[in-house]
Design a protein around this ligand. Structure first.
Ligand code: TEU
Ligand code: CA
Length: 541
């Protein structure tokens, strides 16, 4: 147990993307009953919480991140009763359910928006962000994340509404205190239902000021978040995590202030943009600057120590698979997947495992017809009509598409990977016959069993949650190494990030340390690192 006694400091969170996890009724879409059937698997892995991507009622324009009823479940996933059962069944296994709150926008099919667009004096009008204008002349040139202008014309009332994402995701107006109260009531309702925590979608964008082209980190952001926390989270013992693409360490200290005034932690994305060309977007690929990766992760470790809390993740439903991205998904797939896990889980913070990451699941290379993600479909259209070659665009999509993370979970080598008896909503990665849960659970040296060990170690040694952090050999071009230390224990993590054998640049004192975990049991030469080799040492007592 960590010194500060916050349960979420010793736990590992598992993210489920419900539509791709487990289908229970053969319609090809994962659902809540499917998740219930797999709770024993998650308990075996050792996780303490599940972050469920949105399951509320939604037209599914953005796979549930466009909510039309915050207080009901989409029939595609089940019923409210199923959700209550899932929360209760998970609790029996000491697993909390983290509900995904999409508070920056709703669906355009949400009753609030349907009212809001009726007239300027409708009581719900001011729940959203409107600007007067004339058709064809946008209030300004802001663009939406999924392509096109960020403004949509509503002829009936002669106004534009603001949307940072798709046209079907109108932005909520947080300047309106009535709207904020309405959201808080809804959050409290989920707390009464037994939610163990919340993940907050693009929370750094709620305090926008469109006239000044401010989207992230608006001037009233932390004022709003403190109010929300006071009115809701602080009444419970929850894990709360905000998604904040624009977070700096300074801001993260506010978000994750140990006084509990905002959240438990945020997802920060500073390292996530490293393999793209500067000033361009995610599709404009660049090699990973390894030294920069170390510098950034190290900075977050030292700067938040004692005055904030990190979330640790390589993957989520928006990101390509880490083993394909920064590891090697060919001959060193298992080894590099374990190496990446070692780096992440040894650091201070709460680790997140995205479904399938614990198997070393990989990216896919589909034809454009087989992609389902709105962002991918739109960028293909946009780029192929604006001069990029089809080959270039498809290459970027293969490397970065969000659908890399959204292919069905690979349970076994039966048809459709055991995900569904019907036709899956998105094609299964053909490598499921080789990479799947059934195969890995039965094999001692699998990626699954390695994750399981990492998760258990965190519970056993408090140095994982409490220890100070020191980056070792920061300028070394191949090795990611660091030590963690408390008054009585030291943890030493050494990883070869690349595929060549090298001399270990860190001197390992074997009188002082004992090996805790390795992905290369065959190597007896402490001062030689094999390709993608990862080791964790702990000081002897
Ligand atoms: O993502 C926030 C976000 O900014 C992403 O759209 C990001 O820019 C993109 O994925 C990069 O490729 C959150 C959710 O995680 C995402 O799934 C939603 O689509 C988005 O918000 C809108 O709700
Ligand atoms: Ca289903």
């Amino acid at each position: 147990m960590s010194k500060t006694n916050k349960w979420w400091k010793d736990t590992v969170v598992y993210q489920i993307y419900p539509r791709s996890f487990q289908d229970s009724n053969g319609d090809g879409i994962g659902d809540l009953k499917g998740i219930m059937d797999r709770l024993d698997y998650l308990q075996e892995l050792g996780i303490g919480a599940i972050w469920l991507s949105p399951v509320c009622k939604s037209p599914q324009d953005d796979n549930g991140y466009d909510i039309s009823d915050y207080q009901d479940i989409d029939p595609m996933f089940g019923s409210l009763e199923d959700m209550e059962t899932l929360i209760a069944e998970a609790k029996k296994r000491d697993i909390q359910i983290i509900v995904d709150l999409v508070l920056n926008h709703t669906s355009d099919e949400h009753p609030w928006f349907k009212e809001a667009r009726k007239s300027k004096d409708n009581p719900y009008h001011d729940y959203y962000v409107w600007r007067d204008g004339v058709e064809g002349t946008y209030p300004n040139d802001m663009r939406a994340t999924f392509g096109g202008p960020a403004w949509e014309w509503v002829p009936e009332i002669g106004q534009y509404y603001f949307h940072q994402f798709s046209v079907k995701q109108p932005d909520l107006n947080w300047e309106n205190p009535k709207l904020r109260q309405e959201l808080y009531d809804m959050i409290n309702w989920w707390m009464d239902k037994g939610a163990g925590g919340f993940r907050m979608d693009v929370i750094d964008q709620v305090a926008k000021v469109p006239d000044e082209k401010i989207t992230a980190n608006g001037p009233r952001l932390h004022e709003f978040l403190r109010e929300m926390s006071r009115e809701t989270f602080q009444k419970g013992d929850l894990i709360t995590v905000g998604e904040a693409w624009g977070a700096t360490t300074e801001r993260a200290k506010l978000y994750s202030n140990p006084d509990g005034s905002e959240f438990s932690m945020v997802f920060q994305f500073e390292h996530i943009g490293l393999d793209q060309q500067e000033g361009k977007d995610k599709w404009d690929l660049a090699p990973l600057p390894f030294l920069k990766l170390k510098e950034i992760l190290g900075k977050w470790q030292t700067e938040l120590h004692g005055c904030g809390w990190n979330s640790l993740f390589w993957n989520n439903h928006d990101l390509p698979r880490i083993v394909s991205r920064w590891g090697n998904d060919k001959e060193y797939r298992e080894k590099s997947a374990k190496m990446l896990a070692t780096i992440l889980h040894g650091m201070q913070g709460t680790p997140y495992v995205y479904q399938g990451e614990e198997l070393g699941m990989t990216n896919v290379q589909y034809d454009i017809e087989d992609y389902r993600d709105i962002e991918t479909v739109n960028v293909y259209k946009e780029r192929t009509t604006s001069g990029y070659s089809k080959e270039d665009v498809m290459h970027s999509i293969h490397v970065k598409s969000r659908d890399n993370a959204r292919t069905p979970m690979q349970w076994d080598d039966s048809a459709n990977a055991g995900f569904t008896t019907g036709t899956p909503w998105i094609k299964t990665n053909p490598n499921y016959t080789e990479i799947n849960v059934a195969e890995q659970m039965g094999r001692e040296d699998s990626v699954f069993n390695y994750y399981k060990e990492l998760i258990h170690m965190r519970k056993e040694y408090s140095v994982f949650s409490d220890g100070d952090f020191e980056m070792l050999v920061p300028e070394h071009p191949q090795v990611f190494a660091y030590r963690r230390f408390t008054e009585d224990t030291e943890l030493l993590v050494i990883c070869n990030f690349f595929g060549e054998q090298i001399d270990c640049p860190v001197a390992i004192d074997l009188d002082k340390y004992q090996l805790l975990l390795t992905n290369d049991k065959e190597n007896n030469e402490a001062q030689v690192l094999n390709p993608y080799e990862a080791r964790m040492y702990i000081s002897k007592r």
